[in-house]
Design a protein. Structure first.
Length: 487
């Protein structure tokens, strides 16, 4: 079908939240554009093998996934909406900026890769309203040796398994904090990898502090039972109050130093031990992807897990007109929570566009989201980043990989040059000024500066690190097209 010149709703992101929002809005009669960097739907959570070449994979596309039946339902509804002319799936496009053109929101897009550049569609998508469902990425903490090949983000390790059914190593240590570690370890073990240990920096007893929150999501408890069965089957050791203190190896990881820590994350002398491994998967939770939300002026706050998140009202409206928020951008809560927020955002947008309301459905979604939020708060309280993790670092430990800035340089900038907040350190010593623009090191940098100054990081510290005029790298030709009016 031909693309509409103006859509009633554009949805950015085709993960659980965006996919739910797009199909719900189309089924309510709105003309919808679903814009996503991937060539197929599912996002990071439902990342799966190329649907056109499934025969090349030995295992089924659902391998390693939870809630796969829900994804299959959403995918089928998406295809029906596309075939029915109610929805356009703009695949293989990054949105690098959102502008306002009188009453419309203009999404500036660029191709995800040169291979995608065969699409002859317009580079700008115009819509009356926008749902931001941009998801999140792995939060990483630096440690001695973390730049050694073979050290990966836990999400990256899982993405290789889901999309390519490739294991990143043969003998692995999975470390960090939170239940996501269990999922990654179980997936590796099922793929034939020897998981030497799963190291959680926190004690499982922390869940006992919020028992009512823990039972808000019975499905999560069932997932936990499944992980326990996998751990028993593969004889995986779960070590609590334990961290990866250092990584070493010539050309690739070969040795991993584990250490016990106290409740605040300080290493306990005498607990260090070394194990052999060629893969280290590190996961410290997730960081919402806020470039577009901040770019359109949405309000932000610091969540219970110390992440900066965008603020949505009870119906998923952002603080700026015509913008709705769904999924991890409002706080890390998981796929089921994201689906509910995406659907509610779509129903709210439909009401705002003059379509018939479904107050009972919206009320049920609000209750579902509130319940999921209670569980998420409990999860974050049970699995925090250790308060004194910065004590693990040596002066020469790299903090910013792009600009090769180490922890010693950050300390010198604070104490020797008088920089008293993350932004000052960034512009002075250049951490966060490289290709990733602080996506990897931004959270760690804010923690290091807080440790040096003794002042907790707030929105005023975190937002400048997440504020990027260009949400993704673009070509000069994309910018030149704006100047020439060829958007």
């Amino acid at each position: 079908m031909a693309e509409a010149s103006v859509y009633e709703l554009a949805v950015i992101g085709a993960g659980p939240a965006g996919l739910s929002a797009a199909v719900a809005a189309a089924e309510r009669g709105l003309a919808v554009a679903l814009v996503d960097a991937g060539q197929q739907s599912g996002g990071q959570y439902w990342r799966h093998p190329d649907e056109q070449h499934l025969d090349a994979f030995e295992r089924h596309e659902s391998t390693g996934h939870h809630h796969w039946s829900q994804y299959r339902d959403l995918r089928a509804r998406l295809r029906r909406a596309v075939e029915g002319g109610r929805l356009v799936h703009v695949a293989g496009r990054h949105v690098w900026r959102i502008d306002r053109d009188e009453t419309l929101l203009v999404l500036r897009t660029t191709f995800t890769s040169d291979e995608d550049a065969t699409d002859a569609g317009e580079p700008a998508v115009r819509a009356e309203r926008v749902v931001l469902a941009t998801g999140a990425y792995d939060r990483q903490l630096p440690l001695p040796g973390w730049t050694t090949p073979g050290v990966m983000a836990a999400g990256g390790v899982q993405a290789l398994l889901k999309a390519n059914q490739v294991a990143a190593g043969r003998r692995a240590v999975v470390a960090g904090t939170g239940p996501f570690l269990l999922s990654v370890a179980a997936g590796l073990a099922d793929a034939g990898v020897e998981v030497v240990a799963v190291c959680d920096a926190n004690a499982l007893s922390r869940w006992a502090a919020t028992p009512l929150r823990a039972i808000q999501e019975p499905g999560k408890l069932l997932e936990g039972i499944g992980y326990a069965a996998a751990f028993l089957k593969h004889r995986i050791a779960l070590r609590t109050r334990t961290i990866v203190a250092a990584v070493s190896g010539e050309g690739r990881v070969s040795r991993v130093t584990l250490a016990g820590v106290d409740a605040r994350g300080r290493i306990q002398p005498g607990t260090e031990r070394t194990v052999e491994a060629d893969l280290v998967a590190l996961g410290w939770g997730f960081t919402p992807q806020l470039e577009l939300a901040i770019g359109v002026g949405a309000k932000t706050r610091v969540d219970v897990d110390d992440s900066l998140v965008a603020v949505a009202d009870a119906d998923q409206r952002a603080s700026v007109p015509g913008v709705y928020l769904a999924g991890e951008v409002t706080g890390i809560g998981g796929a089921v929570q994201s689906c509910a927020e995406g659907e509610l955002a779509a129903l709210t947008a439909a009401v705002d566009a003059g379509r018939a309301d479904d107050p009972r459905r919206r009320a049920r979604l609000r209750r579902r989201i509130a319940r999921g939020r209670r569980f998420a708060v409990g999860m974050h309280q049970a699995s925090p980043v250790p308060a004194e993790w910065t004590t693990w670092l040596a002066a020469d430990t790299t903090v910013c990989r792009c600009e090769e800035v180490d922890a010693g340089a950050v300390a010198v900038t604070v104490h020797g040059l008088g920089a008293d907040d993350p932004r000052d350190v960034r512009v002075t010593a250049r951490p966060g000024m490289g290709l990733c623009q602080g996506r990897v090191c931004g959270f760690a940098l804010s923690c290091l500066v807080s440790a040096q100054t003794g002042r907790p990081a707030g929105p005023a510290d975190l937002e400048p690190l997440a504020k990027r005029p260009l949400a993704t790298p673009v070509k000069v030709a994309d910018l030149a097209a704006l100047a020439d009016g060829k958007d």
